[in-house]
Design a protein around this ligand. Structure first.
Ligand code: 2X7
Ligand code: FE2
Length: 311
């Protein structure tokens, strides 16, 4: 019979979740060795907001970071990265002059397999991504790099199934809710201490041209797309900051319609569902526009909760 302490040690747990936006501009502004283009900086308000996440990850030392990315779009089912080691060059198709990143990452394949199994048990169409030459999308890489630039913690990446763009919001977000439940079950069964990342921008209308092609990081030209988009972002962030998760979920469809919010891809819904839609205030670390879009770095800290969810 395992002792209670051993059982406790084996019970997985979600330590927290992050709204972790992925404009490639953030990595470009950081000038890491992995990214070829060089910059003079830029978007510091958002980049430095990620310092809080880096610190938390150093303190918490999770076993794994799990990210759901809108830029790994899959038409049939929810795919899970299930190759132990992946490396290659990832290029942003819209901003190749800002993002050409040499990635080199370790995947927690046991957890990936468990997410796949649990997803199927939840009635979802799911697939393991086992191509060893797979080119990881920039959304996954930017969020993970900004959260943990040392890349010394294994990761799992989950695709954004395109259902939100084919079906009514209710049906599609229900898929993401079930994916969240499956993810949580997999974490608990494999005994992982996991941090989650919803790789999402908020309001998503953006300038159709770079304001200064000579200097993309020209911060005199960066601003919110419109007052209306900004006010929507603040409304949504206010609900997150006050722990009004039910109200947040209720206005998401309108938010998506009014601002083309990238949360439509399902990453935020997946993450909140995995965390049991916690009615706790999310911590706000920074907001900034990138080519007009609205982005916030925020944390739902569950580290004080017992395994199973109760605080
Ligand atoms: O993918 C993105 C994004 N979500 C927001 C802003 C700029 C570029 O890429
Ligand atoms: Fe995006």
């Amino acid at each position: 019979m395992p002792k209670p302490a051993e059982l406790e040690a084996r019970t997985g747990k979600i330590l927290g979740g992050w709204l972790a936006p992925h404009p490639p501009h953030l990595v470009y502004g950081e000038n890491p060795v992995q990214n070829e283009p060089r910059s003079r900086g830029g978007w510091e308000g958002l980049r430095w907001a990620y310092d809080h996440c880096r610190l938390r990850i150093k303190e918490q030392r999770p076993d794994v970071i799990i990210v759901h990315s809108p830029h790994w779009q899959t038409v049939v089912g929810h795919h899970v990265l299930a190759v132990k080691h992946l490396q290659g060059l990832s290029v942003d198709p819209i901003f190749p002059h800002l993002f050409r990143y040499r990635f080199n990452l370790e995947v927690d394949t046991e957890l990936a397999e468990a997410i796949y199994d649990e997803s199927r048990q939840c009635g979802l169409t799911a697939k393991r991504m086992t191509n060893p030459n797979f080119r990881v999308d920039y959304g996954t890489i930017v969020s993970l790099h900004m959260m943990n630039p040392a890349w010394d913690i294994p990761v799992v990446a989950i695709s954004a199934n395109n259902s939100p763009y084919f079906y009514d919001d209710d049906i599609a977000q229900d898929e993401m809710t079930r994916l969240g439940v499956a993810t949580r079950a997999a974490i608990e069964k494999t005994g992982r201490r996991a941090v989650l990342a919803a790789s999402n921008t908020l309001s998503h209308l953006h300038f159709s041209r770079e304001p200064n092609p000579e200097l993309p990081e020209d911060m005199t030209r960066e601003h919110v797309y419109s007052q209306a988009q900004y006010e929507w972002d603040m409304r949504v962030i206010t609900l997150m900051r006050s722990g009004k998760t039910k109200e947040l979920m209720a206005i998401l469809p309108e938010f998506m319609r009014e601002t083309f919010a990238e949360v439509k891809a399902g990453s935020l819904t997946w993450m909140l569902s995995a965390m049991g839609f916690p009615e706790i205030p999310a911590k706000f670390y920074g907001y900034g526009s990138v080519i007009g879009t609205g982005n916030a770095v925020m944390e739902w800290d569950l580290s004080q909760q017992a395994p199973g969810g109760a605080p």
